[in-house]
Ligand binder design. Structure first.
Ligand SMILES: Cc1ncc(COP(=O)(O)O)c(C=O)c1O
Length: 421
């Protein structure tokens, strides 16, 4: 028989879990995506074309719809978020050896394209309260070689773009907003995709809205950057130019028609996905409001987040367990949790620690570029480390209901009661 004592004892310590049944699966698609793909497929069965973006209207239309939704003049769709970052950087045509300030917590796809263009990523310190890259961290990272900043808006949160933008203007830097994890989050009411000069967004299957399995887009109000990104994403074809042959180098990052057909349907669902995710988050927040050792990561004033994973800090000084054990205890209660987001600290990944780039060259580190010898750096940002020691992530999504939100809050309450000093 279940006794109050065994309910109160954390499941990881032998008590009964809050939830025994699996969490609801994230159902991303329904008949509407199927119909859209079917329409493209059937058209191709009679008109003889294939699925390349130049064979039909889907990618072009998707680009126009994305631009309208995000309130930006130009969008070019690409094959992945990593491709979007690469095309955005490629569009800037920076000299090898130039430095680009990047978020320390982000997906490697937000950083690795720099190395392919001979650029030096410089990892910025983060802000504890909002989790994201801090303006002070950006300022400290600026050198005479800095040319751009890539701000990753992680888990739906939005960084202090006004302050970062001011630093960028002072030093003539381009701001690239990586909104892969923040589809539809708003800043002062604006759902602008870039939150900067250029936006890069992943549309892969784990994100809020998806374009099939993979996908991405570059968004900008600057027409010259738009054409340059489009050229980079298709091997330097002379888009927007009078030339008749390829005018620069690039890769093939084209999105195809089936991806766009699905992406168009998903765009129409984004608002409802966002509302449902916000409801889940609000439910969890309401249920833990009076806790003393657990609190949500704070969004800046003026920011309305579209939650990806939900982020919480645990006050490990007032608990008898660290955040890893806390997350394991949540998992034992039936709540999908993890600690620290350490696999997203890019300067902590093996490739960075071992300076593994191209063969044994170390390129672009250790070369005479822009009149100085480029150096690889080891980073130990104290706030990034503190975040990693105290962060707990919960993998929420739009198929969750009030029940899952309440159970998550109940699990936090139970664990605070069990582990508070
Ligand atoms: C912040 C961020 N940037 C870039 C990427 C790379 O996107 P993709 O996986 O579509 O290449 C991702 C996700 O995967 C991401 O979360």
């Amino acid at each position: 028989m279940t006794t109050p004592a065994s309910i109160a004892r954390p499941a990881i310590d032998g008590g009964d879990p809050i939830r025994r049944d699996p969490m609801p699966a994230r159902i991303q698609v329904d008949e509407t995506e199927l119909e859209a793909i079917d329409r493209v497929f059937r058209r191709r069965m009679t008109d003889g074309g294939a699925f390349d973006r130049y064979d039909g209207p889907e990618v072009d239309t998707y680009e126009q719809e994305l631009a309208a939704y995000f309130g930006v003049k130009h969008v070019t769709c690409v094959s992945a978020g990593t491709a979007a970052i690469h095309a955005a950087i490629g569009a800037l045509d920076l000299e090898p050896g130039s430095e680009v300030i990047v978020s320390s917590f982000t997906d490697p796809g937000s950083v690795m394209p720099l190395l392919f263009n001979g650029l030096i990523p410089v990892f910025a310190e983060h802000d504890y309260d909002t989790f994201l890259m801090s303006p002070e961290g950006v300022r400290a990272a600026v050198t005479p070689y800095t040319r751009a900043i890539i701000v990753a808006q992680i888990h739906g949160y939005v960084a202090d773009m006004a302050a970062i933008g001011a630093i960028a203007r002072e030093h003539n830097l381009t701001v690239i907003g990586d909104t892969s994890q923040a589809h539809g989050s708003t800043l002062n009411g604006s759902r602008s995709a870039p939150f900067g000069d250029i936006g890069a967004m992943s549309l892969m299957s784990g994100k809020h809205m998806v374009a099939g399995g993979q996908g991405g887009m570059v968004a900008t109000n600057d027409e010259a950057i738009y054409w340059a990104a489009k050229r980079f994403a298709d091997r330097g074809k002379p888009f927007g130019q009078a030339a008749t042959t390829n005018t620069g180098i690039g890769l093939n990052y084209r999105m195809h028609e089936i991806e766009a057909a699905m992406g168009r349907v998903q765009l129409g669902k984004l608002e409802s996905i966002m509302t449902r995710r916000r409801d889940v988050l609000a439910g969890i927040f309401a249920g833990i409001r009076d806790l003393e050792t657990v609190r949500p990561v704070r969004a800046l004033p003026g920011v309305e987040i579209n939650p990806w994973s939900a982020m919480f800090y645990v006050d490990t000084e007032r608990l008898t367990v660290d955040n890893r054990r806390f997350a394991e205890a949540l998992v034992a209660e039936g709540i999908p949790a993890s600690a620290g987001y350490r696999n997203a600290i890019v300067y902590g990944l093996q490739f960075w620690r071992e300076r593994k780039t191209f063969g044994t060259s170390g390129w672009p580190f250790g070369f005479e570029l822009l009149g100085r010898r480029t150096e690889w750096r080891d980073y130990h940002h104290p706030t990034v480390e503190r975040i990693a020691r105290t962060l707990v992530l919960i993998e929420v999504h739009e198929s969750w209901t009030r029940r899952e939100a309440d159970q998550t809050a109940a699990a936090f309450r139970k664990l605070e009661a069990a582990y508070r000093r």
